[in-house]
Design a protein around this ligand. Structure first.
Ligand code: TUI
Length: 294
């Protein structure tokens, strides 16, 4: 959620009973420090930072997280094993995103506190497996809490994740249309208009598949891949494109990373209302299930 999940949204989510996570993406350390400090001013509740392990700034971002004593670190796009001991010595909980059982097992051996099992329904950089098959397999393979992510946007998805054995859920796309989310309004409008098949995968040939909403940039990616461009040339198309969409509001040539659940997002509303709707939706599922099994 780089350029999407910043201090205002993070504080609102944590204030409402969730755990807000700052998306640090490829931002320099100083930006991360400012966001952490702003979140601390806006809430006394715990929050986290997501570290994107392909970022050129990963080491300085980790240093700043240690200095600022953030409560929780989640990681994406790689194996965070070498950072686990120093984070944990500082009392920081480490919760990596994993796309496979093999990486889940390896990271549990390195002592992580929990895992996020993220299915291919998610936005941004994705793995191959769906949430439906990934979550139960990781739950069976490890003895730490598993948080489900990918395609979860309401109380039904939340309850489905619990049914698969998850201890909680991570939701990104649904919060793109939170009032407190500082993403450009054109991006929010694009998410609201998205249909079921609009969140497509680009860049498979590069080894870094990325799910984005259909636009001119997505078409360029598809054409470049079909005409046999090299992985380096294809990756070049994406450089700077995330910021271009999320901050500058260029929804044609920018990379509007969003998950398949984009089409389930119906309105702009406060983060607190999103969380309350998910919980009340989950309660309705539970009472319907109880009736069905009586
Ligand atoms: O990281 C994400 N989502 C992201 S990162 C990102 S920036 C980016 N842009 C272009 C190319 C690559 C990254 C945009 N969205 N989600 C968490 C996530 N992590 N999804 C999948 C993974 C993952 C993949 C491979 C985690 C670990 C992994 O390990 C490989 C290994 O080293 O064993």
């Amino acid at each position: 959620m780089a350029w999407v999940s910043s201090a205002e949204l993070v504080a609102a989510v944590s204030e409402a009973g969730g755990l807000g996570i700052i998306g640090s993406g490829q931002a320099p350390g100083q930006w991360v420090r400012e966001q952490v400090r702003m979140a601390k001013r806006l809430t006394n509740k715990p929050f986290g930072v997501n570290v994107m392990l392909l970022s050129p700034y990963v080491d300085e971002v980790m240093e700043i997280i240690l200095e600022e004593k953030v409560a929780v670190v989640t990681t994406g796009a790689g194996n965070p094993g070498k950072y686990v001991p120093s984070l944990q010595e500082a009392g920081i909980r480490v919760i990596p995103v994993v796309p496979s059982v093999a990486l889940a097992k390896r990271l549990v051996r390195s002592g992580v506190d929990a895992l996020i099992a993220e299915g291919t329904e998610s936005g941004g950089h994705i793995g191959e497996l769906t949430t439906m098959v990934l979550v139960p397999q990781i739950v069976d393979a490890v003895d730490v809490p598993v948080i489900a992510a990918g395609g979860i946007a309401d109380g039904r998805g939340f309850m489905a994740a619990l049914a698969l054995g998850a201890s909680g859920v991570q939701m990104g796309t649904r919060f793109m249309c939170a009032e407190e989310c500082t993403v450009h309004d054109k991006v929010k409008q694009m998410v609201l208009k998205a249909k079921d098949r609009d969140a497509i995968v680009t860049g498979r040939s590069t080894g870094h598949p990325v799910r984005i909403l259909q636009n001119k940039l997505a078409k360029r990616f598809i054409e470049a891949e079909a005409s046999g461009f090299s992985p380096e040339e294809i990756e070049k198309l994406g450089i700077g494109a995330l910021r271009l969409a999320m901050v500058d509001g260029d929804i044609e040539m920018g990379s509007v990373m969003a998950g398949q659940a984009a089409s389930m997002v119906k309105r702009i509303q406060p983060a607190r209302e999103i969380i309350e709707e998910v919980i009340s939706g989950a309660r309705s599922v539970l009472s319907r299930m109880e009736d069905e099994f009586r």
